[in-house]
Ligand binder design. Structure first.
Ligand code: SF4
Length: 460
């Protein structure tokens, strides 16, 4: 029998994990899944120390609120027998960050970072994160999910529901939860108690659909007719535990919009406490910065966001001032309007062999150029190996910055591009092409590139 692979995928995904380390151009790359972005401060400290001890000393935050560490030595170290990558994985396991070796790469679960902290959501999804994670790891068959399969638990505020998850939930009424399939409302509704079974049913339906078609795909949306086929399987599997919205012939009863920025600054809470949103320039968190975050996190918990930032819940307002000062002094962004606001970049050189340039250093230089020309506040220096020298003044958090997000990429693949309308800055080999809405401008130096970016973002 000939298998017709309509998805275009011809191989299983090769997403790295903590055990399945990817051999990048700058050494081993390990990715650690952090369901819901939830870390205890003890886990964050352990990550920081392991990143310094085995890798480059930088924790990279990903768009799925996971973390990764680069520059690991692969193989076994003759001196202590632990080796870089195996030693790192062992430390993660002992910190409780690797609870299931078989399922480590499939624990991709987004959750609203501020859930339970303020009054914006209609349902606290915090307990669902742990429940989904446990249930996922308890089903051996779901270890076969691709490492790119994504769950999203939105608490009703609509911040993560639009981020393109394969299977997600969004509360839409009293005790009524919309099931999201392939980034859109499936039209199916479940009760709060039915959310975890419905999400697992969607994951199992995807695997069943792949098996039935005899094809390979990494995401539901890659399968022609995949969302409808998965939705039909979920409905059949759940029976009376799920119902379709009345007259749901409409393909998308609830419209979902991707949120393009995470919370930054003080977020008032409901119990006299506040949450503090912290932006991390280019998602690169130095070990020393991670230690400061752990120091000031009053609740013993930090929450990573899919916008490569962090939320510290449960701060007493009087303590928040001191926390802001320490975080700002450490080079993290604690106020809106920073020059780093909305700036992202792919890995680039030296980590990616495909890259035409050190794209993160260029993005940092462009931010510094924008500051020097008066269109933004002074940026923080990027943590790293000394190659990122642009911008030596700490971020003031004062007003400034652009309106549209901007994403820098070292080649046309544009890895990590945020969803939605984005200014794209793509390396050409002798400069950058700056693009938005079909318009593009080719620039051969950082000054002109920064000016073009500022113009398209609406800064000038
Ligand atoms: S966009 Fe290109 S250069 Fe950047 S990480 Fe992806 S493949 Fe590498």
């Amino acid at each position: 029998m000939v298998n017709l692979d309509l998805s275009g995928r011809t191989r299983l995904d090769a997403c790295p994990g903590a055990l399945q380390v990817h051999a990048a151009a700058d050494g081993g790359l390990a990715r650690v899944r952090v369901p819901g972005g939830r870390l205890t401060t003890a886990q964050l400290r352990e990550l920081a120390r392991a990143a310094s001890g085995y890798g480059t000393g930088v924790i990279e935050l990903t768009s799925r609120a996971n973390v990764q560490v680069r520059g690991l030595r692969t193989g076994v170290d003759a001196e202590d027998g632990s080796g870089g990558a195996p030693g790192f994985a062992d430390r993660m396991a002992r910190a409780g960050l690797l609870p299931s070796p078989t399922h480590e790469r499939v624990r991709n679960i987004l959750a609203s970072p501020l859930t339970g902290c303020d009054g914006a959501g209609t349902m606290d999804v915090e307990p669902l994160v742990a429940a989904l994670d446990r249930a996922l790891c308890a089903r051996p068959a779901l270890a076969a999910l691709p490492g790119r399969f994504l769950f999203a638990l939105d608490d009703g505020r609509g911040d993560v529901a639009g981020l393109g998850a394969d299977a997600g939930i969004l509360p839409v009424g009293a005790d009524e939860i919309a099931l999201i399939v392939a980034g859109a409302d499936s039209g199916l509704r479940v009760s709060p108690d039915g959310t975890v079974p419905a999400l697992l049913a969607a994951a199992e339906a995807f695997l069943a659909e792949l098996s039935a078609r005899g094809v390979t795909a990494w995401r539901i949306a890659e399968l022609p007719g995949g969302p409808a086929a998965v939705t039909a399987r979920v409905r059949a599997a759940l029976g009376t535990d799920v119902h379709a919205v009345p007259g749901s012939g409409a393909p998308e009863p609830v419209r979902l919009r991707p949120a393009v920025r995470g919370p930054v600054g003080i977020v008032p809470g409901r119990d006299g406490r506040v949450a503090l949103g912290v932006a991390v320039p280019l998602g690169r968190l130095a070990s020393a910065q991670a230690e400061v975050l752990a120091d000031v996190a009053a609740s013993g918990e930090v929450r990573l966001t899919p916008w490569r930032g962090v939320v510290l819940p449960g701060l007493a307002l009087p303590r928040s001032e001191a926390a802001i000062t320490r975080l700002s002094d450490a080079g993290l962004v604690t106020g809106s309007g920073s020059s780093w606001d909305g700036v992202s970049a792919c890995t680039g050189r030296p980590g990616c062999s495909r890259s035409l340039t050190d794209v993160q250093a260029d993005a940092a230089a462009a931010v510094a150029t924008a500051v020097a020309s008066g269109s933004g506040p002074a940026p923080s220096p990027l943590p790293g190996n000394g190659r990122r020298s642009a911008g030596e003044r700490r971020d003031t958090g004062e007003a400034g910055g652009g309106t549209l997000p901007v994403h820098w990429a070292g080649c046309a693949r544009r890895c990590g591009r945020p969803r939605g309308r984005v200014v794209e800055v793509v390396a050409t080999g002798d400069g950058y092409r700056v693009e938005l809405d079909g318009r593009s401008l080719t620039c051969t130096d950082i000054g002109r590139t920064a000016a073009a970016v500022a113009a398209l973002r609406g800064e000038k």
